[in-house]
Design a protein around this ligand. Structure first.
Ligand code: PXL
Length: 286
């Protein structure tokens, strides 16, 4: 097989592999990661873990085609082509088998590739209905290899075995959780959906012992796909070597503007965020 000719120039365009499901309707996972990373200037390859008619949040009767068995032969073909990635960005994986296949892919492509893991598993203290304990265990093992780990509070509790902080938490809890997450992964952790003041919501990380926190006005609602918009923008910013505090600021601000646009449009929240009209803002930055 003729190998691909790949650029080795320092200023070459970076290539990212996004491994998520395709939810055909509902603006999450690959239908968010691909346009956002493309707008930010990355060559974006995709590996769909499954194809669903819609995402699973609030829809009934959705279809799901499991593509787990396709993952090893796809990876083998890419390997034969001599393909390389600068980063691998993972999201919704479907079942623990997808995560096990992903380990094979990481072994084949980890050389020089940053691993960014959005451990999509749950929200509001609950595991998503289709997932199970084997999924949580596999996601914990995947998170241990992450250079950047992006859980929300529910996912952070599941990954670390800490109880979900009902009815609430404070700054000390957030710092303690970030320390546990940093110890779990290989790099930095960013905790999402963090509220440290009434009417505010944002994301937090640690710079040494110092808490970095960026927030915006909280808009009540079930903002499906907001985590995916945030994780995609943050991934792009980090791969552009932006400092984490700057990357958090950009991703929180962008996501908040998408949420306000969606609220103002008044469309069904299950259709995800109206991010498309913001893409020009992202592409103008680079
Ligand atoms: O937005 C995260 C997500 C991704 N993919 C699928 C989902 C969800 C959240 O519910 O159901 C299929």
């Amino acid at each position: 097989m003729q190998k691909l000719k790949l650029s080795t120039r320092p200023e070459r365009q970076r290539r990212v592999l996004a491994v998520h499901d395709i939810s055909c309707v509902g603006r999450c996972s690959l239908t968010v990661a691909l346009p956002v990373l493309s707008a930010m200037g990355f060559e974006t390859s995709i590996l769909p873990t499954s194809i669903l008619s819609t995402h699973t949040g609030g829809f009934e009767g959705y279809t799901c085609r499991d593509l787990a068995e396709d993952m090893p032969p796809i990876a083998a073909h890419w390997r034969a082509l001599g393909l390389r990635f600068d980063a691998i960005f993972t999201g919704w994986m479907g079942t623990h088998r997808h995560i096990e296949h992903l380990f094979g892919l990481l072994d084949a492509f980890s050389d020089g590739a940053k691993l960014i893991v959005d451990p999509v598993m749950g929200d509001n203290g609950r595991l998503y209905a289709t997932l199970d304990d084997a999924y949580v265990a596999a996601m914990r093992a995947l998170s241990a290899r992450a250079d950047l780990l992006l859980p929300n509070i529910t996912e952070a509790a599941l990954l670390t075995g800490v109880d979900y902080p009902f009815p609430g938490y404070d700054e000390a809890w957030v710092v303690d959780m970030l320390r546990r997450l940093n110890a779990l992964g290989r790099g930095a952790a960013v905790l999402t959906g963090v509220s440290l003041a009434p009417g505010r919501i944002g994301a937090a990380s640690l710079n040494g012992d110092e808490l970095i926190y960026c927030d915006d006005a909280y808009v009540p609602g079930m903002w499906h796909g907001a985590g995916d918009v945030f994780a995609s923008v943050l991934t792009g910013e980090v791969l552009r070597d932006r400092p984490l505090s700057h990357a958090l600021d950009t991703a929180v601000g962008f996501t908040a503007r998408c949420i306000r646009r969606t609220r103002d449009a008044g469309t069904d929240e299950r259709l995800g965020l109206q991010f498309e009209t913001g893409l020009v803002e992202l592409s103008n930055r680079y």
